[in-house]
Design a protein around this ligand. Structure first.
Ligand SMILES: CC(C)(COP(=O)(O)OP(=O)(O)OC[C@H]1O[C@@H](n2cnc3c(N)ncnc32)[C@H](O)[C@@H]1OP(=O)(O)O)[C@@H](O)C(=O)NCCC(=O)NCCS
Length: 157
């Protein structure tokens, strides 16, 4: 099995058995809780056949610590479709290490890396800004009426 060593943790491909526990963890935290995601739907998304979606589990100290889903090809560069570090593993540099790894991989194949962030998610907006993403367009009501998802672009060249 491919395992990628990162500063402070590892990445390994998501397996079907990860989908249930991960969906429960994500729906208990924002932004997914606030946006009204429910675990069975998220579990279905994590498990379904999708050749353009690469799904990873982030581990720290041998525990599931987060997840990353990358859609590629997308728009002259991959799209970070899902990205989370679980609350007890946040603030140790792991999210930054995962994002640096994703950007390095994307830069080998494309001039952009894309993501979306909810307008109310101030901590993730500052995280992405610190990692070189520019907020390029608000997508009003994309997931929930009254909230916007903001499209983010990191130029890689
Ligand atoms: C956004 C998110 C992925 C960041 O993950 P993380 O592992 O906490 O990120 P880091 O630890 O690399 O950085 C977080 C902060 O911790 C601090 N930090 C970084 N490295 C650190 C270290 N080695 N030791 C202590 N603190 C550190 C920094 O102040 C950093 O600030 P910044 O976010 O403004 O850059 C995580 O908070 C998360 O999953 N949030 C909920 C889901 C979410 O919003 N996902 C993204 C949008 S859908």
């Amino acid at each position: 099995m491919t395992t990628i060593a990162l500063d402070g943790g590892t990445l390994r491909p998501l397996e079907p058995a990860d989908a249930g526990p991960l969906a429960l963890a994500l729906t208990a935290m924002d932004p997914w809780a606030r946006l009204g995601y429910v675990a069975p739907a998220l579990e279905g998304y994590l498990k379904r056949e999708d050749a353009a979606l690469t799904r990873w589990i982030v581990e720290r100290h041998g525990e599931m610590a987060g997840a990353l889903a990358l859609r590629s090809p997308w728009l002259r560069g991959p799209y970070v479709e899902l990205f989370a570090i679980l609350p007890r593993h946040q603030g140790h540099g792991l999210g930054g290490a995962v994002m640096d790894w994703a950007a390095k991989g994307a830069a080998r194949v494309a001039p952009n890396l894309w993501a979306c962030v909810s307008d109310f998610n101030a901590s993730a907006r500052s995280f992405y800004a610190r990692h070189g993403f520019a907020e390029v367009a608000p997508l009003d009501g994309l997931v929930q009426a009254g909230a916007s998802e903001i499209l983010l672009r990191k130029r890689l060249e």
